[in-house]
Design a protein around this ligand. Structure first.
Ligand code: NAP
Ligand code: MG
Length: 497
């Protein structure tokens, strides 16, 4: 075992070891010799302790005034801002994306925390007239209790904050299980919450494997909300488990996002957008661009511009500010990417650039692959249909806008889509008819802002949205309140007829 720092679980305001007595190493995907930290391999007993602590803390936290909860969130946001550079560097070391992007990830957590802090003085319900004399009607949001969060590794701090901050401002308490690959960024977030005044038991963290901890995180009757971001396959299981006792269940899952490029598009802009959409975060974003639908008259030019730009992207260790694309998260993800490249070739797509693992020198220390583009992709191919979660882009051809929209919708997912065109009629038609939760005009498929709803249709989600005030609907329930000050029994629908 290395002499790296050992991190513990955070339960009831204290850092504690797992009852299992076991730990695991978190390594840097750009340099697998570097151990970023040693983390607890927790078991069901640890989860139970965390849920018990959260249940107990809920009794007080739900009654603590929301504006006061907001004041703590403001302090957390300010502290994250002050520590942004250090948090981002640690994040690059733990999951590999380039430093500019981890700064963006930390910034997203800062934005979400400030935004939800402000909600502490809003959490608006409505007042509305009663149909009776001398009666007052209103709605209020009430918290639910303990929330379990299961989060992925690609946005190590942003996604946890998207769940934690709206849950906390509504008055809930939290148990979070970060992805095995990225516990450090969540531990850092939890430490800030603790130091800036979140009371003991209100936030708890248990690290370890999802397959071992999923059941105890979901099946405990004290847990009333489960919020998950990850693969559709795991999300389906979680949804089924939550149905048994009607827990609130919010799922954000896979994507197969498309960028449409029409013949009147600003091609430079479209190429810029596609590169960022496809190869940002090494393609490991739920909103990553993995399909291009390009008009037949410009597909040749667009493809050659893409090839030239993709070839010049600098791949390497994301801590070096000149690097434009980092490694895949681990050996398994690298293998998946390489196997999809083979599948693409076998299915008859034309590999136009990339396609190889990067080797030699420092590349041998990590999980690096070339930015890869396929041309002549058709709708029956697996690289068109299946989420790859890596830097692999497929270009398909369309004859007109109607066909482009049909092709865009030809997927089981529905997270994000975009169109590049100078024709406002085409832009609005696509905006209306492409069935996704997020749509961009003349911008890539990535780039969400925290004050707009985030989530997808079809197999990407189950109807909920994260971020914005939409997130409050996941973490609160409406109570409709009727106050009768008439002093007599007034029967609705009967006495006022
Ligand atoms: P994943 O395998 O589904 O893992 C996500 C989380 O679920 C991790 O914390 C994982 O723990 C846990 N988990 C694994 N098996 C579980 C089980 N049986 N029960 C309960 N929890 C379990 O997904 P991933 O490979 O980390 O992330 C990539 C996927 O996430 C992609 O499909 C991507 O599209 C999706 N994603 C979606 C969004 C969105 O907002 N729509 C955002 C980001 C990512 P371990 O780490 O211990 O396995
Ligand atoms: Mg790691």
């Amino acid at each position: 075992m290395s002499d790296s720092k050992v991190f513990k679980n955070f339960i009831n305001g204290e850092w504690v070891q797992s009852k299992s007595g076991q730990t695991y190493e978190n390594r840097n995907p750009a340099d697998k010799n570097e151990v970023v930290g040693v983390f607890q391999k927790s078991n069901a007993a640890d989860v139970k302790m965390a849920v018990d602590a959260a249940s107990e803390a809920y009794k007080k936290w739900r009654l603590y005034p929301a504006p006061k909860r907001g004041e703590i969130l403001y302090k957390i946001a300010q502290r994250l801002l002050a520590d942004k550079e250090s948090l981002s560097q640690q994040m690059t070391r733990e999951m590999g994306k380039v430093i500019n992007e981890t700064r963006g990830d930390t910034q997203e957590a800062i934005d979400m925390t400030f935004y939800m802090a402000g909600e502490g003085r809003r959490l608006f319900g409505m007042t509305t007239p009663s149909e009776m004399l001398n009666k007052f009607d209103m709605t209020i949001r009430q918290p639910l209790g303990v929330c379990s969060f299961i989060t992925p590794w690609n946005f190590p701090m942003a996604i946890p904050s998207w769940k934690m901050m709206p849950a906390l401002i509504c008055g809930n308490t939290v148990v979070i299980k970060p992805a095995t690959e990225t516990p450090l960024s969540v531990a850092n977030l939890i430490q800030v919450c603790h130091e800036e005044g979140i009371p003991p038991g209100v936030v708890n963290m248990v690290t370890g494997s999802g397959s071992a901890l999923g059941d105890p995180l979901i099946n405990n009757p004290a847990v009333r909300v489960v919020s998950f971001t990850g693969s559709t396959e795991v999300g389906r299981k979680i949804s089924q488990a939550c149905a048994t006792d009607f827990k609130h269940c919010s799922l954000e899952m896979g994507g197969k996002n498309v960028q449409i490029v029409m013949d009147d598009a600003d091609l430079d802009l479209a190429v810029h957008g596609a590169l960022w959409g496809a190869f940002g975060t090494t393609g490991q974003r739920c909103t990553a661009t993995s399909r291009i639908v390009c008009h037949k008259d410009i597909v040749g030019k667009f493809t050659s511009m893409m090839i030239e730009r993709a070839r010049s992207l600098k791949v390497g260790n994301g801590l070096d500010a000149s690097i434009e694309m980092g490694p895949c998260i681990n050996q398994g993800q690298l293998d998946t990417v390489l196997s999809y490249i083979e599948i693409g070739k076998k299915d008859g797509a034309k590999l136009v650039t990339g396609g190889e693992r990067l080797t030699g020198g420092d590349y041998d220390k990590g999980f690096f692959v070339q930015p890869t583009i396929f041309g002549e992709v058709t709708q029956s191919m697996r690289i068109w249909r299946e989420e790859i979660f890596g830097p692999v882009l497929g270009i398909a051809v369309c004859n007109d806008l109607a066909e482009a929209i049909k092709m865009a919708n030809d997927t089981s997912y529905g997270l994000s889509a975009s169109i590049y065109t100078r024709d406002i009629n085409k832009a609005y038609t696509a905006m209306r008819d492409v069935y996704t939760g997020i749509f961009y005009v003349n911008a890539p498929t990535i780039g969400a802002e925290t004050h707009l709803p985030f989530g997808g249709t079809k197999e990407t989600g189950n109807g909920h949205r994260e971020a914005s005030t939409a997130a409050l609907d996941v973490f609160s329930e409406w109570k409709s309140v009727y106050v009768d000050f008439s002093g007599s029994l007034q029967r609705a629908q009967i006495d006022n007829q």
